[in-house]
Unconditional design. Sequence first.
Length: 466
Amino acid sequence: MNDLLPTRLSTLLGRTPELAEAYLVGGCVRDWLLKTPVKDFDIEVFGVTYDQLVQGLNRWGRVDVVGRSFGVIKLTVAPGETYDFALPRRDSKVAPGHQGFRVEFDPHLDPRAAAARRDFTINALMWSPRRQELLDFYGGQQDLQSRVLRHTSPAFAEDPLRVLRGLQFAGRFQLTAAADTLALCRSIAGTYSELAGERVREEWFKWAAQSVQPSAGLRFLQDSGWLIHYPELAALPGVPQDPEWHPEGDVWTHTLLCLDALVALPKWRQADRETRLALTFATLAHDFAKPACTRREERDGRERVISPGHEAAGGPLAEAFLQRLHASTGLVARVVPLVVNHLAHLQEPTPRAIRRLALRLAPATIEELTWLMTADASGRPPKPAGEPPGATRLRVAAQDLALVTAAPKPLLLGRHLVQRGFAPGRQFGPILTAAFEAQLDGQFINEAGAEAWLDRNLPFTPGHHP
């Protein structure tokens, strides 16, 4: 692992006397063993006091002791290059909530005891850069190889957030939880209310933005008994679908398959974080309303399972789910119209329909909607995966109108009315609204056409009536 260390970090770890018993810990060791990019390096230092550690690090750059209450020191060795150093500690739960812990620093704590406070065995690994030695007290390396998510010690139960960390770890690293870990999670399901909303959001967002197999995270949530805290999700298992259109099974199964198909799309993997979040949550929520809308009905002489109106009804459910996760208004504004319009490819993509669809979707786009449609269609094995024909027609038609990644903007503006001698005021509103409606209907497609429309509908300037 030493080969992966940035030069400055490698130098100071090797030359600082106070860092003789320093270990790389947590995610950086895990990611190194998984052969995935290591982005952050966290260091735990044994055998020195807090003040001694500060003194030793001061030789290398700017030291910030913003985390003194948790024994954390931030060392900035160059612009944009900051590392976290921490002292070994004991955490004891003394009150409910994430702030209800008593923290005791112990520079002489045994590394095995220090590792025991970490949530999962895959995060309890330690690496000695001086001895080039891996310390694996709880079988984390074997669990990584076997793709098993296992709690490190009974102390896991003291912080319920660790269950939601299990959600995102399972999705990101394709893990299946050990039976005793699931049992421990079920035993603390009643402590969910202790969690701060912002901390819940961060774990869900890591799942949504970084998963390579989102279904693994959701299966963990179901098997751990924590699905009950998300009623929109808890309602999905067992909801039937018509086997002709959905041979894969119930709505829950379909949703999991759709999510895995989404993150396999190259466009999703290459997108920025906010776009990945929007598409993942839209895919998660696209059938939230099926439990309420599904019924059996005879059609063409046979009983069919139908869910009329579920796409429109899903919008408020998606919004409520995201609001409970403390999602930003911007993210909610992108997700909800994707959910509401995810069946738009079943309609004829006329220019008028595309203009209005692009406007309804904003700030999401038709391009993003086709990703959701592709994931939806790909979540129905053994039916073939890929972009459905209707989505392809929609995307191509939207490209022809330059609306695949943007909503239409009004061509007739207030300045055009001012140029005609109208004084700005409330009377502008109805005129501009009518003009935009005409534009969406295709009555004009450029500024000259907008001017001509204005001539036909306002054939005079103020004070010059015909």
